[in-house]
Design a protein around this ligand. Structure first.
Ligand SMILES: C[S@@+](CC[C@H](N)C(=O)[O-])C[C@H]1O[C@@H](n2cnc3c(N)ncnc32)[C@H](O)[C@@H]1O
Length: 367
C-alpha cells in the first residue's frame, strides 16, 4: 500500500534547517517592520508577561535574530514586564534543536545573552489546535508554515501539488484550505488578548499568479511532477505511488487570505479579528543569486537541491509502497533528488526557488 499518513511534514532535524534554508531567514527578517509596528500598537497589560509565540518555528534558527529585535522593542515599550517566548511546532519536530539554538549551544548568538527576565517555553501543539490559555497572547508570529494543511483532502491524480490541480481535486483542496485557515484564525482569536496582534507570513499566490518556485523561470513544482511521472514511465514506481505523492499544502491567494477577515458576518470577524496590513513580496532564491556570482552549475545544483529536499523528501518517501524494504524507498528518494540535481547541473538557467509570501498583520479588537 502506498503510505497514506498525511502528517509527514516534519523538517530535517538536528538544527540543520536554518543552514539549508537561508532564504527563510531573509523572509523573516523582512517581516521585522510589521512586527515592530505591531508591538507599537499592542496595549499594555501591566503585571502580566508579554507573550510572543512563534508558530511552526522548526529549530528556531531563522527567527532568532528577529525575536531578539522584538524583545528589545517590547522591553523599550513595557519596561517592567517579563517576556515569554513560546515556540510551537508539530509534535514530531525536534524540540531539542530549538533549545540548543536558543541557549547558544549551536554557535549562533542568542538573544538570551542580551536580556533578563525572558522565559523560553515550547509547545508541541499544531497551530490547528489551542496552544495557549484564552486571552493571554500578545503577539503571534508565524512564517512559512501555514501552507501545510491539517490533512490531505484527496490525492491529486495528475500533479504533486495543488498549484497543478484542477477540477474536483482542486475544489477539495480549496474547501479544506478555507476550513483550515478559519480554524487557525479562530484558535488564535481565542488566545489573543484584546488589542493583541498576529503577524503571519505565509506562502501564497500573488496578483501576478507567482508562487514559490514559479516566478518566471522553470516551475519548481512542475519539475517535481515531471521527474516523479518519469519514474512511473521507467518502471521505478507504480501509478498508485505517483498519485499518493500529493503534498498536503495549499497556497492561498490574497483574496483567500482576506476573505474571512473582510466579511464582517464571518465567525472570524465576529471573533474580533481584522486585517491591519496586507502585502505580497517576492524574496529571491539565495542559491540562484549566488550562482549568478560564481557561475558554477555543479555547485549551484549541489547547494540548491538539498533545500528542496529538506521540506519535500518526507512526503515523497511516504508515498512509496510500505511493502518495499526501507533501503529501497531511501534509494528511490535519493534517485529522485539526484535526477533533479542532474537536471540543474546540466541546464541551470531558470532554476530558482524564489519565495512568494503574503505578509499579514491581523488585530484583535479591543473591547
Ligand atoms: C518551512 S518550515 C518554516 C520554519 C520557520 N518558521 C521559518 O520560516 O524558517 C515549516 C514548519 O512548519 C511546521 N508545521 C507544519 N504544519 C504545522 C502545524 N500544523 N502546526 C505547527 N507547525 C507546523 C513544520 O514542522 C516546519 O517546522
Amino acid at each position: 500500500m502506498p503510505g497514506n499518513d498525511t502528517t509527514h511534514v516534519a523538517m530535517t532535524t538536528g538544527g540543520t534547517y536554518s543552514l539549508a534554508t537561508r532564504g527563510a531567514k531573509d523572509v523573516i527578517d523582512g517581516a521585522w517592520p510589521l512586527v515592530r509596528a505591531a508591538i507599537g500598537r499592542i496595549p499594555d497589560r501591566p503585571g502580566r508577561p508579554f507573550t510572543l509565540s512563534d508558530m511552526g518555528t522548526a529549530d528556531g534558527g531563522t527567527s532568532l535574530d528577529m525575536i531578539g529585535d522584538a524583545i528589545a522593542a517590547i522591553r523599550e515599550r513595557f519596561r517592567e514586564r517579563d517576556v515569554q517566548v513560546v515556540y510551537t511546532d508539530q509534535p514530531r519536530n525536534d524540540y531539542n534543536a530549538i533549545f540548543r539554538m536558543v541557549h547558544g549551544l549551536t554557535g549562533q548568538v542568542s538573544y538570551l545573552d542580551r536580556f533578563e527576565n525572558v522565559q523560553v517555553l515550547a509547545s508541541a501543539t499544531s497551530f490547528y489546535d489551542p496552544i495557549l490559555p484564552s486571552g493571554t497572547l500578545d503577539l503571534g508570529f508565524s512564517a512559512t508554515a501555514m501552507h501545510w494543511m491539517s490533512r490531505k483532502p484527496c490525492d491529486i491524480p495528475d500533479h504533486v501539488q495543488a498549484v497543478g490541480a484542477s477540477g474536483a481535486s482542486l475544489a477539495e483542496f480549496q474547501l479544506q484550505a478555507t476550513k483550515d485557515w478559519e480554524s487557525i484564525l479562530l484558535r488564535r482569536a481565542a488566545e489573543l488578548a484584546p488589542g493583541g496582534r498576529l503577524v503571519l507570513v505565509n506562502f501564497g499566490i500573488d496578483d501576478e499568479g507567482r508562487y514559490l518556485g514559479n516566478t518566471g523561470g522553470i516551475n519548481m513544482f512542475d519539475t517535481f511532477d515531471a521527474i516523479w511521472r518519469g519514474f512511473v514511465e521507467n518502471g521505478t514506481i507504480s501509478e498508485a505511488e505517483y498519485a499518493a505523492m500529493t503534498l498536503p499544502q495549499y497556497y492561498k491567494t490574497v483574496q483567500e487570505f482576506r476573505a474571512p477577515l473582510d466579511d464582517r458576518h464571518s465567525q472570524v470577524s465576529q471573533a474580533g479579528l481584522s486585517v491591519e496590513h496586507c502585502e505580497t513580496r517576492v524574496v529571491p532564491c539565495p542559491f540562484a543569486a549566488e550562482f549568478d556570482n560564481h557561475g558554477d552549475a555543479a555547485r549551484f545544483a549541489s547547494d540548491y537541491v538539498p533545500t528542496l529536499r529538506s521540506w519535500s523528501a518526507a512526503t515523497f518517501r511516504a508515498a512509496l509502497d510500505t511493502g518495499r524494504p526501507d533501503d529501497e524507498r531511501d534509494r528511490i528518494v535519493d534517485d529522485f533528488y539526484g535526477a533533479y540535481e542532474t537536471m540543474v547541473r546540466e541546464s541551470p538557467e531558470g532554476h530558482a526557488m524564489d519565495y512568494v509570501h503574503v505578509y499579514l498583520t491581523i488585530a484583535k479588537t479591543e473591547p
